[in-house]
Write a protein that binds this ligand. Structure first.
Ligand code: SAM
Ligand code: SF4
Length: 328
């Protein structure tokens, strides 16, 4: 079992398969001026399968595929099928914006996807467009319907930003009245390609979000959170779905963090907030053996920050990268 220097077991890999995306979410990417990576800078599918195989021999049993938008990378489904052949991987999860996903939902079901996180910040077409800079709400809703129709466990990720979509909080919660989805509100983080800069206002916190939900649903009650959960979870009596808040900026969940990340270019990150991270793509292209790769993972995890605040303090530069280059 892979463990870090704080005794935390590591069993969850988040793998970003591309930095490209078909949306331009306000909180994630600048409108323009983005330099996408040339293809040969990205890990190939073969390299990613090798990394998953090596890590799965060290105790990693859960993989989340993310990005950028995973479905803009060609042949994603073949790659997912390949991962599903690894018997050590018990759960394959996917995070998607849902724009291109609907036609692939039956195949996701067939390969045994454990759950899908669908990003959706507003049910209002105009505001969706303001948030994502693209008019794609109908396609995202088609994906949601397809996921529910195929009974794939679905979580909706909603990034909440003051004065942008905080008015959507209650309509998003209402979605869970008849649909068995978990609506998870995420505090905005500064991974938007430019950083928070000199903004005076702090992002909405998870407490602000819960207070807002209680204005309509005072009987909202706390439920038990799974081990390693990043969300505080709640239920509303009579609702089929549930509600969660992810304190991504307040970083309340670091103590039980079981996650590691590999970026599209192969940086190995032991924390979302760290900069750099040694590069496994380069190690593999220089011919490292599987055993030495395992030593590299073990060794790197011996220098892991205890939490996101420590990781941020250890950075050489202020946070300003886009979430697409880290893998959300
Ligand atoms: N494109 C896919 C999607 O949007 O679901 C996968 C990648 S996206 C980077 C993964 C998650 O990160 C999304 O749920 C998105 O809302 C979240 N995210 C992106 N930028 C963020 C930020 N600045 N603060 C908080 N969450 C962010
Ligand atoms: Fe694209 Fe996802 Fe970032 Fe939105 S959050 S710009 S969908 S990668």
């Amino acid at each position: 079992m892979l463990t870090d220097n704080h005794g935390r077991p590591i069993n969850y890999l988040r793998l970003a398969v591309t930095d490209r995306c078909n949306l331009r979410c306000f909180y994630c990417m600048p409108h323009e001026g983005i330099d996408f990576l040339p293809k040969n800078h990205l890990l190939s599918y073969e390299e990613m399968i090798r990394l998953i195989t090596v890590l799965s021999e060290m105790g990693v049993n859960k993989v989340r595929i993310t990005g950028g938008e995973p479905f803009v990378r060609k042949d994603l489904m073949d790659f997912l099928w390949k991962i599903s052949e690894n018997k050590n991987i018990q759960k394959i999860n996917l995070t998607t914006n849902g724009v291109l996903t609907a036609p692939f939902v039956p195949e996701l079901k067939a390969l045994g996807i454990a759950s899908v996180n669908l990003s959706l910040d507003s049910l209002d077409r105009e505001r969706f467009m303001q948030m994502t800079r693209r008019d794609e709400l109908p396609n995202v809703l088609k994906t949601l319907d397809a996921l529910l129709e195929h009974e794939i466990p679905t979580k909706i990720n909603t990034v909440v930003m003051a004065q942008k979509n905080d008015e959507d909080i209650l309509s998003m919660v209402d979605l869970g009245k008849d649909k068995p989805v978990s609506i998870r509100f995420i505090e905005e983080m500064p991974f938007n390609g430019v950083g928070f800069g000199n903004e005076k206002s702090k992002p909405l916190t998870y407490q602000n979000i819960i207070e807002k939900i209680r204005t309509k649903y005072p009987d909202l009650y706390k439920t038990t959170d799974e081990a390693n959960s990043t969300s505080y979870n709640y239920q509303i009596p009579g609702h089929k779905g549930s509600v969660g808040v992810i304190a991504a900026f307040s970083r309340t969940f670091c103590g039980t963090c079981n996650r590691i990340r590999i970026t599209p270019t192969g940086s190995f990150k032991t924390c979302l907030y760290e900069d750099g991270g040694a590069n496994v793509r380069d190690l593999m292209r220089k011919g490292i053996s599987d055993d030495d790769l395992k030593d590299f993972f073990r060794e790197t995890l011996q220098h892991r920050a205890k939490d996101g605040f420590e990781a941020e303090k250890m950075r050489k530069t202020v946070v300003r990268e886009s979430m697409t280059t880290i893998g959300g």
